[in-house]
Ligand binder design. Sequence first.
Ligand code: HEC
Ligand code: HEC
Ligand code: HEC
Length: 278
Amino acid sequence: MMRFLLMLTLLASSFLVVAEEEKTLSLQLPPPSLEKWYRPANKRDVWLHTMFRLRREMQAVSEYAALEDQARLKKWLDRLEKDYLSIGDMVPEWKDELEAGLLKKMQAAAKAGDMENLARLQRKLGKSCQSCHAEYKLTAALRYRAPDFSVVKVESEETMEEEDYSRVMSRLSLLLNRVKIAGDDGRKQAAMDALDQLEQRLADLGTSCPACHKQQSSREAILGEAARAALAHVRQGLEAGDRKQTGRYPGEFAVGVCADCHAIHRLQSDMRRLLSGD
Ligand code: HEC
Ligand code: HEC
Ligand code: HEC
């Protein structure tokens, strides 16, 4: 089986207060064939839906075993078996990890009405679920379900062109700092020009939200009234030529708009990128 090892080095000095030594964390990437079972390669997140069914089937098996309802128990055991074995069909790299024999034994125990044995076997099966999850659940979710900003475009009203997110972000950062530097040094016009551009760029950024959000409210939550008010504050500060205000308001704006949006999207986006090996 192909094994992709990804090493994340966490420097003790920056992450851990107690431990002095350098620590290493390794993450296991899921096999490449898993990708087929997620959007956009697939119409739906088939893998995830299979997993939700497995959880439901495990529950139904426990409940009908407790009720000693043989007919319904059989129905749900059959479903459990089918979905569990489908893991190996979907991701052949994982076929050998499956405990196919356990399902046969569970069927036999159910048929014999030996519910105690069935419960014991089911706990073993649960361990097989858990051991795969311990290794792959987090990396699969991040790799295939975290928002993918590398494919999202921002329409620029000025140039009428579509731009990459990372480029737009660098630009926003540059403009915000220009406002701050020029404001700090009393270069009012330069600060105002940068602020105008920043405002335009943020409006452009809003064109990217519908790629993932159907609701206008998501866009408003970050780029709406509060962001406009924060920018208006920055402008007032610059106009008044009050150094204290010109220093403070861009910072407040950065926290309320840039940092809030980053808190929701950027970590996930960074993790996806890291695990995609781009
Ligand atoms: C060979 C690997 C593997 C096996 C075996 C496996 N799973 Fe999973 N499972 C995964 C992966 C990978 C994910 C992460 C999917 C995602 O979040 O997109 C997952 C996610 C899930 C989730 C969603 C968890 C959540 O975040 O809410 C459930 C529920 C689940 N599995 C149930 C089961 C059950 C029950 C079994 C055993 C009967 C099982 N799985 C066996 C790989 C496996
Ligand atoms: C959609 C909400 C959103 C808003 C609002 C936002 N950002 Fe970002 N920012 C992101 C995302 C997502 C990324 C990661 C982009 C990627 O993965 O390509 C990012 C990345 C960045 C980066 C790193 C760029 C790189 O290529 O590494 C900088 C710098 C940045 N943003 C600055 C800002 C500043 C400054 C503001 C406010 C003026 C801002 N951002 C507002 C979502 C946002
Ligand atoms: C690549 C996909 C993607 C893009 C583009 C994107 N988002 Fe999101 N956003 C997500 C995901 C995924 C979540 C978390 C899932 C959820 O709870 O909705 C989220 C959550 C949010 C939330 C919190 C939940 C909510 O809907 O209120 C806000 C607010 C938000 N995004 C605003 C924005 C804004 C503003 C933009 C455009 C500037 C934007 N997003 C662009 C994927 C995206």
